[in-house]
Design a protein around this ligand. Structure first.
Ligand code: SF4
Length: 441
């Protein structure tokens, strides 16, 4: 067998694409290695959400390019969002690269492998407006063994937030067919996965683009929930104004769907939200979060925020800090604003916030998120909760199992036996900032 090493950067969508690429490559005699030095084929699956990750990808390619001088048969590829965006120009910057594979074309990989083995250099980055379902059925997915299987249900995004590169790298929103998704879920469950996470930039708008059927996320959840066996279902990411009452009711009604919503707010200021081209203001977001909290008992709501968006004033930034408190957001992912080529906000150079102020705001946001995460965790001390064990490892000299509650809280449980993949009942005995501590009941 030949060996392939894939370095995966960025979001879960990229991790899912990597699993698909490994699946395809296994049909062509490649097996995965975790050691890049042993590989015959090296691929970096890139993320372009921030300049830093793009730079990291090119520096990785540079290292591999040097290896090629002493190992001329080595093949090097670049996939993911940077590949989609930069396309052929990558060959100029990194001439040792054999192929460039954009996000729209990952199912062209087998053909590319054949061509590069004959010495050709290939760039496959044409945009497509169809889903990849038809081709997908040809190859199984090579899932990284684990507890949770990520299943993309939509690709791309139509929202064009002024800071975001995704509509340019992943294209317009396309929903995958329910039949394909359900098959992938069944396959994953049959091979031992215990949790299905449905993935998309805006999962709540799943199905809006179907011309031949009226079928939305709630319908998909119902069909998945009906699959036999004990497992959990999650979905990320939700665009605030696309969350319907029907969807919330469905989450409450279905026993396998977990009490967890990831609803990015991005800023607590209505003016900044407008500049970001988000389709809601602070009050609208507040109403959505209040409704979800009221209808879904024990729900965890997480969010995303950007510090230092162009033109953000100190007062507007403080509205973000107060939003985290006021809406009792359980946890938030944070980013300091990073201008991305092609996006609208990247042109507002005269409004850019100086790096030191941006970083200082990021630190203050981080502190706020920590405080709120701890506050949120404290609510569960003394409670009994079901945990799905995901990992077993040595934590500061003690063996522990770690896993997630239904509402996405991480729990550490001291135990010498590896219980990965099992559902256990746990009494929450204490908490740290980022995780709960528990013991078996
Ligand atoms: S909703 Fe906005 S932030 Fe999210 S992927 Fe689409 S454009 Fe980007």
């Amino acid at each position: 067998m030949k060996k392939v090493y894939i370095e995966t950067m960025g979001c879960q969508m990229n991790k899912s694409d990597t699993e698909r690429m490994l699946g395809m490559l296994s049909y062509f005699g490649y097996e995965e290695t975790k050691n890049p030095e042993q590989a015959d084929l090296l691929i970096v699956n890139t993320c372009s959400i921030r300049q830093l990750s793009e730079d990291k990808a090119f520096s990785q390619l540079g290292v591999w390019g040097k290896w090629k001088q002493s190992k001329p048969a080595l093949k090097i590829g670049i996939a993911g969002c940077v590949a989609q965006q930069k396309a052929k120009s990558i060959f100029k910057r990194a001439p040792y690269v054999d192929f460039v594979l954009g996000t729209h074309k990952i199912y062209a990989l087998p053909e590319i492998i054949e061509k590069i083995s004959k010495g050709e250099k290939i760039c496959e980055c044409t945009e497509t407006n169809t889903t990849e379902d038809e081709q997908a059925v040809k190859y199984d997915i090579k899932r990284v063994k684990g507890v949770n299987a990520w299943i993309p249900i939509t690709e791309g995004c139509n929202n064009f937030c002024t800071y975001c590169i995704v509509p340019y790298t992943r294209g317009r929103e396309r929903s995958r067919l329910p039949e394909t998704i359900i098959k992938e879920a069944k396959d994953a469950l049959n091979t031992g996965f215990k949790e299905i996470t449905l993935l998309g930039q805006n999962v709540d708008s799943y199905g809006k683009d179907f011309k031949d059927r009226n079928y939305r996320l709630a319908d998909l959840l119902r069909e998945l929930n009906a699959i036999e066996g004990k497992f959990r279902i999650r979905f990320v990411t939700s665009y605030p104004t696309d969350i319907t009452d029907e969807l919330i009711k469905t989450v409450v009604e279905l026993d396998k769907v977990c009490e967890y919503f990831h609803i990015p707010m991005q800023s607590g200021s209505s003016e900044v939200l407008k500049a970001m081209n988000r389709r809601y203001d602070r009050e609208t977001y507040a109403g959505i979060v209040a409704k979800v909290r009221e209808m879904v008992p024990d729900v965890t709501i997480t969010s995303d925020f950007i510090a230092g968006f162009p033109g953000e004033t100190e007062e507007q930034f403080q509205q973000t800090l107060s939003a985290i408190d006021e809406f009792e957001l359980d946890y938030s992912n944070l980013a300091a604003y990073s201008p991305r080529e092609k996006t609208v906000a990247a042109k507002w150079v005269d409004k850019f916030i100086p790096e030191d102020i941006k970083n200082e705001r990021f630190q203050r946001l981080n502190k706020k998120v920590q405080e709120n995460c701890l506050k949120s965790n404290l609510k569960y001390v003394g409670r009994e909760m079901e945990v799905l064990i995901e990992n077993f490892y040595d934590h500061k000299g003690k063996m522990i199992n770690t896993g997630k509650t239904r509402n996405f809280k991480t729990v550490h449980i001291p135990c010498d036996k590896d219980l990965t993949g099992e559902f256990v009942n746990v009494k929450i005995t204490g908490t740290k900032t980022w995780y709960l501590q528990g013991d078996f009941t």
